[in-house]
Design a protein around this ligand. Sequence first.
Ligand SMILES: [Zn+2]
Length: 412
Amino acid sequence: MTERTHKDTAAKAEPTKRTPQPEQTPLPVAPSVENILMLQRLIGNQAVGRMLVSDLTSNILVRQPSRDAEVAPSKSLQTLTDPSSVSVSYSGIYKDILARNEKRAALLDFRVRLATVQRGEELSGGVAPSQEEIESLQMEIDQLDSRIRMSLTELGMDSEEQLRSVMEAKPKKEFASFIDNAAKYGMPVKFLRTVLANYHIKIINSGDDNVQPTLDTMSLSRDTMDTVENFSPLLPFGESAGIQTIFHESTHAYFDLESKDPNTAKIIETGQQHYKDAPLKMGKVADDPNRVFQEAAASYVGHRVVSWWQIFEMLSMAASGEIPSDAIAEWVEDAKKQYNEKMSRQIFGYQETGGFFGFGTSQTETTRALPDSLRIFLDTRLLEGKIPNEFEQVSGFQELVRQATQPAEAFQ
Ligand SMILES: [Zn+2]
């Protein structure tokens, strides 16, 4: 990815040098609409500082609210965003790109008027710009556009792909480091790697962890990522919830990615059928079988991985001598009991119920167990057979038990 980015930039820079274009281009090729829309989407959706880009009449309007009074109108301009993203700061990639401009309102007004005039429509309540005004404001727009364009080129972000790769470098790196760490402890990470390679990853400073299939994006919260940073079985940093969340959300992402695969498509279809009219708690009935199916799958995976992890932690403590030797047998027995109990759970999944047009809803769990086809699929494909039902089936655990219970003289 990095290599390709560099190559593309060089290839683009070269023809400019060979073909000088004197004077003739005060209005060079505008930044491609695709780039601008991408920039807008990234900023709108991806929290890159208190800035906003809005595409108007194929030109670009950049808005960087600096006062509270400006934030609300800016929010209302965003068409593709979750409101939480506005207040989030991002480490300055766009500081150079999006120059502050005190005349934004004038520019916006001008662009709307200009576009109206150009389309030959009548201005309602507005005044058509004079030739002089057009020239002077057009010059400002050109300068702004060309600054943005230059900055994008300088940063190697003059294509959609490059822009994305720069924006996603850090979240991807953090997710990759989580995966490497999880792999080290023997957790099933193949499907996480599929998600890492093929899905957009965002880290959000506010709001809940979520997957947006329409945007091919998995958003993990800063909190989630912080708790799993360098997680280890002997350092109790409360990483359990983070592990559970990451595996849960990655399952949603994986199903989205694989939904075209015939085998997976069949699992999804069977699963949706299975949860059609399924009973929910409090005497309710499922009317959103796809959601119940999705949450059943994701919750099953998250539950099994985190349960495995918790027992792994218990055994690691015992094996590292943190448990008094006369308590070890009971400790191990407890770990075994807990593992088998946790893995016997077969009922997962929920959907939103109640409320009115999405307000005031709550999540109500189903009381129906997973369909066999789904359980087997998750156990083998996602969990790679690494998280079996019985404690005795986990070979790594047996090794830890052996270390925990072997006579102390073995170390002498
Ligand atoms: Zn979910």
